[in-house]
Ligand binder design. Structure first.
Ligand code: TEU
Ligand code: CA
Length: 600
């Protein structure tokens, strides 16, 4: 491409790069219940996971992250833990788990687990004791408060906090001991009182138990919720229609969280040489607040899961309301995070899916036709794998799995979805007086954002009846598209989304600029094309051009990139491409990765 100018690229100072293994790792998230069933009871299990290690090794991932497999009554699918040091019998035994750990290590991969310690299950022995009486020594392990008396003498929760899961109270009345307990999530998930040092020590013990057992790290659930504003003050009234007010600012990112996390780190992870931690932290912006969690000098986490891109299509103040989003906004979100971490020595985690989210292809790509599904899944794979940070793939993402189509509202299982539907329905009944209002539009929200979309069993083959996920009756209905989208077909087909991921992971493992380099956004306002440079002093730079639309786009290479000379196409999702010139012709969902000699 002809260059008129020869202005050097801005090359930011390289971030602190050490030899921590997790920076270059690709982490594969397993949702055990839906991964692979080995004994025909319809529930995925640990022996099933073991049989799939060769498949994962073939894909090229380095780490497996298991969603909770501990004893749990499963009110929130294992995120309500009743015993942190025992395996849920549905999933196998401790011996099975040890075998999994050993097999994973044998092939050179690592294993991380999920730590859920903002709350326990109501069935955990700590809570059973705690609720037994007001005098119980474990009473103070949770937040117990007497009722507040309303104007008409009615019993009200101790403060006006709204639950994170919906519009009801964050408190639950306990008939037995005549007090309320705090539970930000479901009523089966009472919040632990981290102000109590015994609670903190007990959590340290759990972490050390698993580290002693040879795990390589933890994903730490909802961890920015653990510190609550002292004395639990009322939230300001922003919704006059109800007593229960949004109160996130009173229980998210409260200052003491950082003391707790540093103590946790020093008592546990810091004592082991090569572990990794990733904290799940909804509603942390790309500011100093994020660095406070991840900067190495802070000794808290290695990285966090930021949420801004996952929230881009959510109607504010609703659980699952879906709204359209615009590409420039997505670009700014990634620009902020990529730049923040690079410039300040922090580190990003890169993900577009997990067990709480709709499938990325259905939200950020297109599942309108099988062809678009494949193309846009590949485009999104290129996007994620050409950014700086530790890369995460959620099970099925490597197949380009799409959201569920064709289910009725009644077929969804997830507690968040059910709460959303129930509350929206109640609201409509209240507002219209009609006892059975039309709620069919909610289906659209759920089809985009419902958590069940990511939780359908893995389609291992195109064979009926259950895609070889189980020989029995699956605990959850499979995504009906498994004949078109399944692992066996993908592994056979060199043009599959699976192979595209595999090749990207190979490229990424060799081209460290993709992992460590600086990020420079191009054409920020373009509504269809997301393009950026990845630069690293002394190394070949990368140019990434992604068409986030089903349209054919004639894209004029922006002025600031017009001195790219001798670009070489490294990879793309179409067989042939038109030359990289001043104007690129990009077909539907086309993606391209170019390399060029570095410029100074
Ligand atoms: O999630 C935290 C959380 O608040 C969201 O993921 C939430 O599920 C989403 O906003 C609803 O749409 C973690 C776990 O990942 C999730 O599965 C658990 O339900 C939650 O914590 C409680 O443990
Ligand atoms: Ca099973």
């Amino acid at each position: 491409m002809a260059s008129t100018k020869n202005t050097p690229f801005f090359i930011p100072t390289a971030n602190a790069v050490d030899n921590k293994w997790w920076r270059e790792a690709t982490i594969y998230q397993i949702y055990p219940r839906s991964f692979c069933d080995s004994n025909g009871d319809g529930i995925g299990d640990i022996p099933g996971i073991i049989t799939k290690i060769p498949y994962l090794k073939n894909l090229g991932v380095n780490v497996l992250w298991l969603c909770p497999i501990y004893v749990s009554p499963q009110h929130d699918m294992g995120y309500d833990i009743a015993d942190y040091q025992a395996i849920n019998p549905d999933y196998g035994t401790m011996e099975d788990w040890q075998r999994l750990r050993d097999e994973v290590h044998k092939v050179g991969m690592k294993l991380i687990m999920d730590l859920v310690v903002n709350h326990t299950s109501i069935e955990h022995k700590w809570f059973v004791e705690s609720r037994a009486s007001r005098e119980n020594p474990k009473r103070d392990w949770y937040y117990w408060r007497p009722a507040r008396l309303g104007n008409k003498g009615e019993r009200l929760p101790p403060n006006n906090w709204r639950s994170f899961f919906g519009t009801g109270s964050a408190w639950e009345w306990d008939e037995g001991s005549q007090e309320f307990y705090l539970r930000i999530f479901t009523k089966e998930q009472p919040d632990l009182n981290w102000e109590n040092p015994d609670v903190r020590t007990a959590v340290h013990d759990i972490v050390n138990f698993w580290l002693e057992n040879g795990i390589d790290g933890f994903r730490v659930d909802a961890i920015n919720y653990i510190a609550k504003t002292p004395n639990l003050p009322d939230a300001p009234i922003t919704d006059p229609t109800t007593y229960h007010q949004p109160a996130m600012h009173l229980y998210l990112n409260i200052a003491t969280v950082h003391t707790y996390l540093r103590d946790l780190n020093l008592a546990t992870f810091a004592r082991y040489s090569s572990t990794m931690t990733v904290g799940e932290t909804p509603y942390v912006p790309a500011t100093q607040m994020a660095l406070d969690y991840v900067h190495p000098s802070r000794k808290e986490f290695d990285m966090i899961f930021q949420w801004e891109h996952m929230d881009i299509d959510r109607v504010p103040n609703t659980l699952l309301g879906w709204k359209p989003w615009a590409l420039p906004e997505l670009k700014q979100i990634f620009n902020r995070w990529q730049t923040l971490m690079y410039d300040h020595g922090g580190w990003n985690s890169l993900y577009m899916e997990n067990h709480d989210q709709g499938r990325s292809v259905s939200r950020f790509g297109s599942d309108r036709t099988p062809e678009f599904r494949k193309l846009s899944a590949k485009m999104l794979a290129m996007f994620l794998s050409t950014l700086s940070g530790t890369l995460y793939i959620f099970q099925g993402q490597e197949l380009g799995m799409a959201n569920i189509k064709g289910w009725e509202v009644e077929e969804y299982n997830d507690v968040v979805t059910l709460t959303y539907i129930r509350e929206e329905k109640e609201k409509r009944v209240r507002e219209s007086g009609n006892p059975s209002p039309d709620i069919s539009d909610l289906l659209n929200d759920i089809q985009k954002k419902g958590r069940d979309n990511g939780r359908t069993p893995m389609p291992w083959s195109g064979n009926a009846p259950h895609a070889d996920f189980t020989t029995g009756t699956p605990w959850m209905t499979l995504n009906p598209d498994f004949r078109d989208c399944n692992a066996a077909a993908a592994v056979e087909d060199k043009t599959s989304v699976f192979y595209f991921w595999k090749e990207l992971l190979r490229i990424r493992s060799e081209w460290k600029t993709l992992v460590y380099g600086g990020f420079r956004l191009l054409a920020p306002d373009d509504m269809r094309v997301f393009a950026y440079l990845r630069v690293r002093p002394g190394a070949k730079a990368a140019v990434v051009v992604l068409n986030f639309s089903s349209e054919r786009v004639e894209w004029n290479v922006p002025e600031e990139a017009s001195n790219l000379m001798d670009c070489r196409l490294v990879y793309g999702n179409y067989d042939s491409v038109e030359e990289f010139g001043a104007c690129l012709i990009l077909r539907a969902w086309e993606c391209r990765l170019y390399e060029y000699e570095h410029l100074h």
